[in-house]
Design a protein around this ligand. Structure first.
Ligand code: GTR
Length: 417
């Protein structure tokens, strides 16, 4: 009885860590000045990562140690995109509980690898409506998890239909990616966490040890998507057709851009991190009163974040510093942020500012030239030799387009060759 009461009190009055207001990325919550990359990593980086776990995205997903990830090759074939010969593989990622001797979760992964040249890098990305929407290839199986209703993608009764095939192909310029020598792997985000407030726990979060109890710091859907991306990398590392030395690039658009950033931050195996139009609680500044704010995002999508995140709704002033803290956690690895000028909801200039302010941490690692924080003109990408971070704002609206992918590949070419 006493034990229960104590547990109840602990749950209800969870003590929140105090994160002091900051006006400097390089000053710790305790007021220590950071002067070196070592101090950054040992002190400041660690506390900022903890801050984002506790306050925004929730603690990193942790599944029971009896679960093992296995991969099964379901199908492979040679396909052609223009003159490029491509190996198309369908994988099934399986989490088996070795204690219970049963499969707890199964996620299909679609992989494309250019065949006739050394692979320059592999883009790893989640999709919004199922793998089969990215291309018309009949050999891509249908995901069976819940899919949000959407006429544009021909989703009927929350499932894919034959007419869904290739409906998001404009977002996946496979021909260009393959011709440029990059591989591409994708999974459906909803397999890791369905994008719905009533269903989001039906993916990995049902096994997350932190989500088991009433816990306002447990992960939301973004954390589950990030976990999925990190697991995809683990699966790819074992791939016989993709050498381990191939650089791994995590990329995502919009809500999945937030997830790509969180994956890049929580798993240092990523060699490059790309955010496309990630907006509020992605790359954008939270304290700039432009576009989406914490109140609106947590009201509409409360399940994306830790429950604790609602504490900042209409109270952005309570947040420590701003989202440059998140971007800086990628350092010293190459980071690319992409915006679109008409995407006002994501606040392109706010995305740019976080990117620009994060340079302070990159400067601890190398004497890289810092660009002054001046919002660039549309379609004038900041991809410069010696600069570990890249940025562009393109013309047009909220989307991920050929223009964006071409810049990502230029940025990859610059850093990996
Ligand atoms: C919007 C949301 C944004 C962004 C976007 C998307 O409704 O407010 O934060 O994530 O969805 O994912 O397309």
């Amino acid at each position: 009885m006493k034990g229960n009461l104590l547990f109840f009190l602990l749950v209800v009055f969870q003590v929140n860590a105090i994160f002091a207001q900051q006006d400097d990325l390089l000053t710790t919550f305790q007021g220590h000045k950071i002067n070196s990359a070592l101090d950054w990593e040992m002190e400041r980086r660690a506390e900022i990562l903890y801050y984002f776990e506790q306050e925004i995205y929730g603690m990193q997903v942790k599944i029971p140690s009896s679960f093992v990830l296995q991969r099964r090759l379901v199908m492979q074939e040679e396909v052609h995109y223009g003159t490029t010969s491509v190996l198309h593989q369908e994988w099934s990622l399986v989490w088996r509980d070795t204690l219970k001797g049963r499969i707890q979760m199964e996620v299909p992964m679609t992989l494309f690898i250019p065949r006739e040249q050394a692979v320059k890098g592999v883009f790893v990305s989640l999709n919004f409506y199922g793998n089969a929407t990215m291309d018309t290839l009949k050999s891509i199986p249908f995901n069976t998890a819940y899919i949000p209703a959407n006429e544009k993608f021909k989703i009927v009764n929350h499932q894919l239909t034959e007419a869904s095939r290739g409906t998001s192909a404009w977002r996946w310029p496979i021909a260009e990616i393959m011709a440029s020598g990059y591989a591409l792997a994708t999974c459906y985000a909803g397999d890791f966490a369905p994008d719905h407030r009533a269903h989001f726990r039906k993916g990995v979060l049902q096994f997350d040890v932190h989500s088991r109890r009433f816990n306002r710091h447990a992960s939301g859907a973004i954390g589950a998507w990030a976990w999925g991306l990190n697991q995809m990398m683990t699966a790819l590392e074992k791939s016989p057709t993709l050498s381990k030395s191939v650089p791994r690039i995590v990329v995502g658009h919009s809500r999945l851009g937030k997830a790509a950033l969180w994956a890049g931050v929580t798993d240092s195996r990523w060699d490059m991190v790309i955010s496309n139009n990630s907006g509020c609680l992605g790359a954008a500044q939270s304290k700039r009163p432009v576009g989406e704010d914490v109140y609106r995002i947590t009201k509409r999508f409360p399940y994306w974040f830790a429950r604790r995140c609602r504490h900042y709704a209409k109270h952005e002033e309570r947040l420590a510093l701003d989202q440059q803290m998140l971007l800086a956690l990628v350092a010293p690895r190459p980071l690319y942020v992409a915006s679109a000028i008409q995407d006002e909801w994501a606040d392109p200039e706010g995305e740019y500012l976080s990117w620009c302010y994060a340079q302070e941490v990159y400067a601890l690692y190398a004497k890289s030239p810092k660009t002054p924080c001046q919002f660039p003109a549309v379609n004038q990408p900041q991809i410069l030799t010696g600069l570990p971070i890249g940025y562009h704002v393109r013309k047009g609206d909220h989307d991920i387009t050929m223009y964006d992918w071409k810049r990502f590949m230029e940025f990859g070419d610059l850093h990996f060759h």
